[in-house]
Design a protein around this ligand. Structure first.
Ligand SMILES: [Zn+2]
Ligand SMILES: [Zn+2]
Length: 806
């Protein structure tokens, strides 16, 4: 972010002098009947710890960084740089704005200066980030480095020059996959001298996409190895649980992690806020039938806080997930302020992507001068402007990851001053858990970036690409890891590869067509009907959920409504419209167990990981009022059923154990169903995924397990690592699930604990007390067993017998 785009907000004209975050928070929480604040965490300011430049860093490089204002590195930067320079693959996983780029620039550029032949390849998930990084490296003005971006936008005329002369090439995984690796003959000069591969923002390589990128990196390593070259991998990640393991899976190499952030930061008082239950909430008579909102909606609560803060003269920014939501928050706050003091509402505005540049600058100016005190925004602010120095930040709903949370909270805090950040919980089990478990936000991170390079739906096409680049040898199979031999055999059988004594050869003239970002079938194009303009694509796996007829589809903050979905053509026609409702598709699902990969025998409880076949059909969708969450209606859909071979985690319980825990036979289905919903809701705590990445099924008697069973599965063909992460962390995951249900103040279950917006059964039956008992049995049994998993071979078609309790 350039300094020119920074708007530093000064004191508001109405600001009571000397009011700090503590007084402000007291002001916000007065008037509520029950205290909505579940926790206040004071995150102290940190001074930052600088260390001397590493001895190996050349003077020329130190001087270049000094010109940029970096007089010495922070400790974590030097630590990571030292490891990389000494030849250790390393991941640096520290907070936003902790200067991760210096950690990789330092060893990479020092090497380029010391060895005039060496080269560096930098990978970013987006072209924009690569362009930013290019500006930073070029700005150092180092002789002979000649940094250059090589992506889809690079003119043909420049490509040849870059291949020959640039020693610091910046690109993205897609270009590496589609351009550089297939054209490796043209890149041999660059690859045979490759010293470092930098993988920036590596936490974005998760799920199926991450699994593809993992193999693209293996293909790159293979090409380098042909020249006897082993480049050092330097990765940068947002803070996450177990970054070394994630980076190891991504690269296929042992990776050291540097996680101790030594950069300075301002102090912030962080409040966790749970909107109160509405009167009459949790009445069993209305509870489980449909999604009646029983807490005040997070949007309303955020609007109320914004109005109170603005009335007190406090410069405040509210982050809301959707553009419509941001507008509802701004309008509601304006109305409340105008009722109190006519005209005061004019000091609140909504801010979003899609505004013209002049409109945005005008809003920024108004905020800077104090004409404007409150803004409700989507994260569009990330795009063009760095608004800092606000007095308070309101975050409406868990933004999905700790990295986003801190990025948003980081907007608060004038220089030297303390600021207030408030996380307002939405009605979602994960939000409920987090506001009752501050240690999950402020302690060590548990959410891990997961991927599964052994996914056969990823491995086989990637091996085909590799074979098209150069014949595969038995030694290569080791490089591509678990399942590679089976995938190669299946490619031979399918006629894609031919086996010869020297290896496996790609048989076709054309290269295999593999899209790194395509998941679960051909992508569906989203087209504006009136203009024929292509807005974007939705992956085939989620098209039924996201772009069914009548769906409200958000694209870059603009809302469209789907007119029709043509599955044969892979095309959804839409028109721009901003209705007052959101849409939520529902599906019905059945599931059979194909094989068991691993299990834990815990007496009356069994815990399993294995392959399953899921058949699901999106059958209807609900329209819900955005401002209140109220259900308007449910409309039927006519879409075909789809089949999915994927990976699932599941647990079984004996009927006796349920009975002795006090779960009546009639309550078993509702108890399992409620536990399943909450368990799905809590999985993003353990693995970076969202509800769309996972599905679930529960039943009082499953034919394959012959027991009451709860399944949670990856929503992508072949699995994406989420179910596996759930299996590996089952005790922690199910403990959090149990706590989220128990700590929700409702009586009979609500969207904040056991109801799900995606439920195919209209959230019926659900038993909240039963779910707690089920999870207590599971946790007690898992705790009592030695917890060791019994791995089974991944291959072979083990029939359902294996799924029965051992
Ligand atoms: Zn509840
Ligand atoms: Zn359900």
């Amino acid at each position: 972010m350039t300094p020119a785009a920074t708007v530093a907000a000064g004191h508001g004209p109405d600001r009571p002098p000397g009011e700090g975050p503590t007084e402000l928070l007291r002001r916000l929480r007065t008037g509520a009947d029950a205290d909505p604040v579940t926790h206040v965490e004071r995150v102290p300011a940190r001074a930052g710890e600088q260390v001397p430049w590493p001895r190996w860093a050349p003077e020329e490089l130190r001087a270049a960084f000094a010109r940029r204002g970096v007089v010495a590195p922070w400790r974590h930067q030097a630590e990571a740089a030292d490891l990389a320079y000494a030849g250790t693959h390393v991941v640096v996983a520290t907070g936003t704005a902790s200067g991760k780029s210096l950690a990789y620039q330092l060893p990479a550029l020092a090497t380029l200066l010391a060895d005039p032949r060496a080269t560096v390849l930098y990978l970013a998930p987006t072209k924009a980030l690569a362009a930013d990084q290019l500006r930073a490296v070029a700005g150092l003005e180092l002789d002979g480095v000649r940094p250059a971006c090589y992506d889809g936008d690079t003119p043909r005329a420049e490509r040849d020059w870059i291949r020959r002369h640039s020693r610091f090439v910046l690109t993205n995984p897609d270009m590496l996959h589609h351009g550089i690796l297939p054209g490796h003959a043209h890149w041999s000069g660059f690859l045979r001298r490759l010293a470092y591969v930098i993988v920036d923002e590596c936490h974005t390589y998760r799920g199926v996409f991450g699994s593809h990128v993992a193999h693209v990196l293996r293909r790159l390593r293979r090409q380098c190895a042909r020249f006897g070259r082993t480049p050092i991998m330097v990765l940068a990640s947002a803070t996450s649980g177990d970054p070394a393991t994630a980076a190891g899976r991504l690269t296929g190499l042992p990776v050291a992690a540097v996680t101790d952030d030594a950069s300075p930061r301002g102090g912030v008082t962080f409040a966790l806020w749970e909107p109160p239950l509405l009167p009459g909430a949790g009445d069993p008579a209305v509870g489980a039938v449909d999604l009646a909102p029983v807490r005040r909606s997070a949007l309303r609560e955020t609007a109320g806080l914004l109005a109170d803060a603005v009335a007190a003269g406090v410069r405040t920014l509210a982050f809301v997930r959707s553009r419509k939501g941001a507008e509802v928050v701004a309008a509601t706050a304006r109305r409340a302020l105008d009722e109190a003091v006519p005209g005061l509402g004019g000091r609140v505005a909504a801010y979003r992507a899609g505004y013209l540049r002049e409109e945005r600058r005008e809003l920024e100016r108004a905020l800077l001068h104090g004409d404007l005190l409150g803004l409700a925004s989507t994260n569009a602010l990330e795009l063009g402007v760095d608004l800092v120095g606000l007095d308070a930040v309101l975050i409406c709903g868990w933004p999905g990851t700790r990295a986003s949370l801190w990025q948003q909270a980081g907007r608060a805090g004038r220089s030297g001053g303390e600021a207030l950040a408030v996380l307002v919980a939405r009605d979602d089990p994960l939000d409920t858990y987090l506001v009752h478990h501050p240690e999950a936000l402020f302690g060590r991170p548990v959410e891990a970036t997961v991927l599964d390079p052994a996914n056969p739906y990823v491995l086989a096409p990637q091996l085909a690409c590799a074979a098209a680049e150069a014949p595969l040898t038995p030694a290569d199979l080791e490089l591509f890891g678990e399942g590679a031999k089976e995938a190669v055999d299946s490619l031979v059988e399918a006629g894609a590869l031919r086996q010869r004594p020297t290896g496996w050869y790609w048989r076709h003239r054309e290269r295999p067509e593999v899209d790194l970002r395509g998941e679960g079938g051909a992508p569906v194009c989203v087209v504006e009907a009136a203009t024929g303009r292509l807005l974007g694509t939705v992956d085939g796996g989620s098209a039924h959920f996201l772009v069914h007829p009548g769906a409200v589809h958000l694209h870059q903050g603009v809302s469209y409504v789907v007119d029709s979905l043509d599955l044969a053509d892979g095309c959804a026609l839409v028109h721009p419209e901003e209705p007052d409702w959101s849409t939520h598709a529902r599906d019905v699902t059945s599931l059979t167990v194909a094989s068991v990969r691993s299990y834990v025998d815990a007496g009356p409880v069994g815990l399993f990981l294995g392959e399953v076949d899921v058949t699901s059909q999106v059958v209807s969708y609900q329209r819900r009022r955005i401002s209140s969450g109220e259900v308007i209606d449910t409309r039927p859909l006519d879409l075909p059923a789809r089949e999915l071979r994927t990976v699932a985690v599941w647990f079984t319980l004996s009927l006796e154990s349920l009975a002795s825990a006090g779960v009546e036979p009639a309550d078993v289905p509702g108890a399992l169903h409620a536990a399943e919903h909450a368990a799905i809701g809590l999985l993003p705590l353990m693995a970076t995924c969202d509800r769309w990445d996972i599905g679930g099924l529960s039943t009082a008697l499953h034919p394959d397990t012959e027991a009451p069973t709860v399944f949670v599965y990856d929503g992508h063909p072949g699995g994406a690592g989420f179910a596996e992460r759930a299996y590996r962390t089952a005790a922690q995951w199910l403990r959090a699930t149990r706590d989220a249900i128990a700590e929700c103040g409702c009586e009979a279950g609500c969207p904040s604990c056991v109801q799900s917006p995606k439920c195919g059964n209209g959230n019926n039956p659900l038993s909240k007390p039963g779910a707690i008992r089920v999870l207590d049995v599971v946790l007690a049994s898992l705790g009592a067993s030695d917890g060791s998993a019994a791995p089974l071979p991944r291959q072979g078609d083990r029939a359902a017998e294996q799924a029965r309790r051992p």
